[in-house]
Every structure is written in structure tokens, then in C-alpha cells.
Design a protein around this ligand. Sequence first.
Ligand SMILES: [Zn+2]
Length: 96
Amino acid sequence: MNIEDYEVFDASMINVRNKNEKKVIQFMKELIPQFPEFDYCTICLQDVYALSLNQLTPRYTQAGTIVLKKELNDSDYRDVVEAAIESVTKNVNHPV
Ligand SMILES: [Zn+2]
């Protein structure tokens, strides 16, 4: 994708996207080692990443509301990533 693909009516969405992605990656690195049963395979890592981002997206869909103005803090990201790791660990999406 090009940077222009993230523009909507001349407003760039790239920072919104990148912020969530960077935070999710940051907390995956921090939190996954706390789950000894996590297998570190690509499928599971990508599942945690996608699941986390899916959880975060709805917070950005309420355009124009006060909710949107609230910056997500690190503990919000931590909760989302932690829940995603737990979910993926319990429901591994590939043959073991
Ligand atoms: Zn796996």
C-alpha cells in the first residue's frame, strides 16, 4: 500500500493505523514471554496481532464523539494484547 492509499478526503489515516500497530507489536514483545504455553509460530503470532488490532479498531469508528478524542493509554493496549494472547493460546488455529 502507498501512503496516499491511507488518505480519506485529504486527511491521512496513516498515523492512526501506525500507532495501533506499533503499540500492539510493543506489547506482544513484552507480554508473550509471560505465557509459557505460547508456541511462537508465525500463525499464532499473526493471530495475536490481527486479533488485537480487530479489538482496537472499533474505538476509532466513533468519529466525532468524545470517545474518539480519548487517547488509548498503555494499559488499554496491554489489556487488549493480553486477551488476544490468551485467546490464541487456548484456541490454537493449526494442528499442534
Ligand atoms: Zn502456533
